[in-house]
Write a protein of this length. Structure first.
Length: 159
């Protein structure tokens, strides 16, 4: 016999290649992984949400008006003045009355005492009542917040 035809070349034989069984789970899971990664990137780029600061304030009743005393951080003072406050998940129109220059420091942050005059409903209008106040910061995306966090951590490492 001729040597060329007697030995079967298993690497170039089309029937061996055709009937060989491959593991299909690895490409399947890699495809699922890429689809999930793509969806996460799309959601983190395009989904916008509002960042919220939560403060606890104390209601103070005077003769003719109601005040809410808040202890806020320095970032709140630097932002624009609010004409409404979200008190216990409801918005109320308020006006800034007093903003002191006195502050105290806690965990390397400055906190100021400010007071708002508000029209508060009767069910929470009790003197020295503690209320939860939510204040919107800004609209952002997950990707922007991730970039900000990474930059802050890199600045910590550089110092």
């Amino acid at each position: 016999m001729n040597r060329e035809y007697s030995e079967i070349d298993i690497y170039n034989n089309s029937s061996v290649i055709y009937y060989r069984k491959n593991n299909i789970f690895i490409p399947f899971w890699i495809t699922i992984l890429f689809i999930c990664l793509f969806l996460f990137i799309m959601i983190s780029c395009f989904y916008k949400y509002t960042l919220v600061d939560i403060y606890y304030g104390k209601i103070i009743n005077n003769d003719d008006s109601n005040y809410i005393m808040l202890e806020v951080d320095e970032e709140f003072i630097l932002r624009k003045k609010r004409n409404y406050l979200n008190i216990n998940n409801e918005d109320y129109k308020c006006q800034l009355v007093d903003s002191n220059d006195k502050y105290y420091i806690l965990n390397d942050k400055k906190y100021f005492n400010i007071s708002y005059e508000c029209e508060i409903p009767e069910e929470i209008n009790v003197n020295n009542n503690i209320v939860k106040v939510k204040i919107d910061k800004r609209k952002t995306t997950i990707l922007n917040e991730l970039i900000i966090k990474i930059r802050k951590e890199l600045k910590k490492w550089q110092n």
